[in-house]
Design a protein around this ligand. Structure first.
Ligand code: TZP
Ligand code: MG
Length: 225
């Protein structure tokens, strides 16, 4: 499968990464995902680094039930077994997780595989056909300081970020880290295909409004660049 074909598999425009603590618990998190998906989020990832697998499975099932009717893909962070168990749309891994070739082998050709990158070398390593054909999009971050991920890597400089986006070819690239109101335009100008957010949606008093505002800012940034 070529990277060109992969491109159609996911719209990374407004990518919500869930955080159960920021959302205020599991039930509130599922509701947050639903409202965000109804108001413009184009993809939702379940990410819960501290959870036991039982809770992962239970919540992933609930998320699948609310997101599938809205045609918004559900991506599972790290855990291929959970993704397979609930027939999720894909898996997202980091540089030190299961290699993307193995994820692809396990999850099959039709699911979405995403990979986090933090520097130009990470992106350049993906450009061999063997690896590029295993992934459908990359995350690029952190692009701004964030307090949501305690072990976040160093913030990527504007110059390196632009070089990373320029190197991805047709592979969709979504920026992540510290993105909120007023922060989107420079990322789109630098070449990002979309923005991934946690705290700009999770825990917001009005999730629908927060999501719509981010979507409007994204559209405005695209119109300008
Ligand atoms: N990966 C890199 S930064 C980050 C993740 C999961 C957290 C982003 O959270 P926020 O609240 O959007 O800054
Ligand atoms: Mg990971």
């Amino acid at each position: 499968m070529s990277a060109e074909l992969n491109k159609a598999k996911i719209d990374v425009s407004l990518y919500l990464v869930l955080d159960p603590d920021l959302c205020g618990g599991e039930a509130a998190m599922v509701e947050t995902a639903k409202i965000a998906a109804q108001n413009g989020a184009t993809v939702v990832q379940l990410r819960a680094p501290n959870w036991k697998k039982g809770l992962w499975l239970q919540c992933a099932q609930q998320l699948k039930a609310v997101l599938a009717p809205l045609n918004v893909p559900l991506i599972i962070n790290d855990h291929v077994d959970i993704a397979l168990a609930v027939d999720a749309d894909g898996v997202h891994v980091g540089q030190s997780d299961i290699p993307v070739q193995v994820v692809r082998q396990l999850i099959g050709p039709n699911k979405i595989v995403g990979l986090s990158t933090n520097n130009l070398a990470n992106v350049e390593q993906l450009l061999t056909p063997e690896i590029a054909n295993c992934i459908d999009y990359i995350g690029v971050g952190p692009v701004y300081p964030t307090s949501t991920k305690k072990d976040a890597l160093p913030v990527i400089s504007s110059a390196e970020m632009a070089a990373m986006f320029a190197s991805t070819g047709s592979l969709p690239a979504v920026a992540i880290g510290g993105i909120g109101s007023g922060k989107i335009a420079p990322l789109i100008a630098a070449g990002a295909d979309g923005v991934a957010v946690v705290s700009a949606i999770c825990g917001q008093a009005d999730v629908a409004l927060a999501t719509r505002n981010l979507g409007a800012e994204l559209q405005a940034a695209r119109a300008q660049s």
